[in-house]
Design a protein around this ligand. Sequence first.
Ligand code: NAD
Length: 298
Amino acid sequence: MTLGKEIDGKAFAATLRGRIAETVPGFVEQTGRKPGLAVVLVGEDPASSVYVRSKGKATVEVGMNSLEFKRPATISQEELIELVEELNADDSVDGILVQLPLPDHLDDKAVIATIDPAKDVDGFHVVNAGKLAVGDPTALVPCTPLGCLMLLKDELGDLSGKEAVVIGRSNIVGKPMMQLLLAESCTVTVAHSRTHDLAGVVHRADIVVAAVGRPEMVKGSWIKPGAVVIDVGINRVPAEEEGKSKIVGDVATAEAINHVAAITPVPGGVGPMTIAVLLRNTLVAAHVRAGLPAPKGL
Ligand code: NAD
């Protein structure tokens, strides 16, 4: 049996970051300032701290300003909302990202609702979710699903008429992924925890996007021969070596590789796309806020 191809998300993301870095100087020339991304981190969660650090580094690398606002886990809802309002009013800030999850006493929906939709580079505000749903091209679209779509279009070109199955219905990945694929004229099915015969549903698909959070749940035999599979899952599991752990996706890649035309590996597939698209969204938001036409080729 021939092996399918691994989609190199790391390389694609590097190319996208390169195009962003080439576009930034033109923005600086026209506006006299750099685009700015503000990231708010509440508490000391180690994984969130790592994400925030790598976002800051990637932002600076493409020539944009990175502003980090670290606040203790004890911050009140009012104080956090006040910070977001200050960032809304700050003209040097084009993008605002509040790193989730927030500590339990904070209401993430209320915090996200406070972000100016024009600066909502995560695309989580209901205004942007609504714009995506009605096909308004000014929507800021959540980074991970937009990154998945870029990889799919790069692999397949025209997606029109393809049978797509998205596993997972979260607001962050599953639902926006469904909207994006529908906008590309795919026939979309959204599967979730209550779906009957998930294997049968997945077997119909030319395109599978797995965003569940269950290690290697999607088996190779479920995949229709020649399908393209995007594995969004990030799951930490014990490694073969005692005391060590490793990251695996939602798809049993070692089996699936024998069925697919192409699949994203974990790590190195979707993961690197998320930050690159965040930078893209920030640059787009900066152009729109400055009254400039959206940058081409991003
Ligand atoms: P979530 O927990 O909000 O949603 C999971 C979804 O999976 C739910 O809609 C649920 O209905 C569905 N589900 C649960 N069990 C199921 C089952 N047995 N069969 C079918 N569906 C089932 O998670 P999320 O935020 O959407 O993230 C999903 C995964 O993607 C996680 O592993 C997360 O770490 C990863 N993720 C990766 C990136 C990235 O940058 N690569 C970004 C966001 C999320």
